[in-house]
Ligand binder design. Structure first.
Ligand code: AMP
Ligand code: ZN
Length: 141
């Protein structure tokens, strides 16, 4: 049995305590239709253990989730006929996370679907990129 949290809506779905349209279920992950889809066929892929954010996910579960994303993506393209899809994963309230149990959105896209986001790209000055690179490499040690 995976680690669950009693007041978590996704844990309740995993334990079949509340209904969901489940399209995939294996030992580490479950996938079901988002009940308020950004597009028809919008899928949520959820680890069975209650883990709040991506950074808390153990390697083995991360690997398992990673391996089902392409499979579900292929199914999404086949079933919805989408010409592309976004994989979205929100961490923390500031990033738009509403349900505090890790989940990946697979969102079908089509031309002129009016979905989108502000992509206000910036630039770096001088050696900012090199400094960031060193900081990241240190953090990864
Ligand atoms: P996020 O903002 O990344 O936390 O996304 C949470 C998503 O969960 C939203 O897109 C909701 O529509 C979806 N959601 C919440 N409750 C349910 C539920 N009971 N069944 C299916 N999807 C849900
Ligand atoms: Zn949970």
């Amino acid at each position: 049995m995976s680690a669950q949290q009693t007041d978590c809506i996704f844990c309740k779905i995993i334990q079949h305590q509340i209904p969901a349209t489940i399209i995939f279920d294996d030992s580490h992950a479950i996938a079901f239709l988002d009940v308020n889809p950004l597009a028809s066929g919008h899928i949520l892929v959820v680890p069975k253990d209650h883990v709040e954010q991506l950074i808390d996910l153990p390697d083995i579960i991360a690997a398992s989730i990673g391996s089902v994303l392409p499979k579900l993506g292929r199914a999404l393209v086949q079933v919805t006929g989408a010409s592309g899809f976004n994989v979205l994963q929100n961490n923390g309230e500031v990033a738009g996370q509403v349900v505090p149990h890790v989940h990946f959105h697979l969102i079908p896209r089509s031309t002129d679907d009016s979905l989108g986001y502000r992509w206000n790209a910036g630039t770096y000055n001088d050696d900012q990129m090199d400094q960031l690179c060193v900081a990241y490499q240190q953090a990864l040690l």
